[in-house]
Design a protein. Sequence first.
Length: 243
Amino acid sequence: MYTLVVPMSRHRLLSAHVAPHGERAGRAYDRLLALIVRGRLAPGARVQEAALALQLGVSRTPIRAALDRLARERFVVPASMGLRVELIVAPLTDADIRELWTLMGAIEGATALALDDVAPTTRRRLAAEMRATNDELAHLTLKPARQTDRIGEIMARFHVLFMEACAGPRLRTLHASILPHVQRYEWAFHAAHDYEPSIAEHAAICRKIESGDPKRLRAHIESHWANGMQRRLEQARRATVRL
């Protein structure tokens, strides 16, 4: 259900031309999504089928299918280029930050109320796994040269662990569809991001999962996403000022 945003290996890239059409389109989608989420295709950049087909080593047909899907999911959007309308990578906006972070807080907050249905042993195991993930995040962010891709993956994994253990199928589907949009901002502002508040909030969430208190867990989760929204908006403001 969750799409892991990972680079395409050289073997996959070289073998893409012999895969069935549907598989080629799926691979093209995965690769383009990774490029967009990680900022390798920058917000506002023009999306050109021919150039992307050459870059990924496939024909334009799977690229077109992948772009159709990315357009439906709002990772690429139409923009006027003189008399023409072309696709560009969706810009990063304050309005999107507010919408995405509010949605994630609501989805994970609703999931928290299902904690009563999770067995104590499962809760403790989940809390331990999420805590270990958070500890890895703390370790990575202390390094002078931050491993941006790994940090982004770990940030996402913390939340995915919770959703996979506690959420129903509809909430998991909603969460999985929104998470890559959130990840775009994580990668875009990683250099300016102070991870300490997020790490402390993650630790509080782990404690509430372990104690089995769904109402307080919901409050912590919603507060975490609300605080994260304010942090992202401030980072976006500072980036605009620098420009």
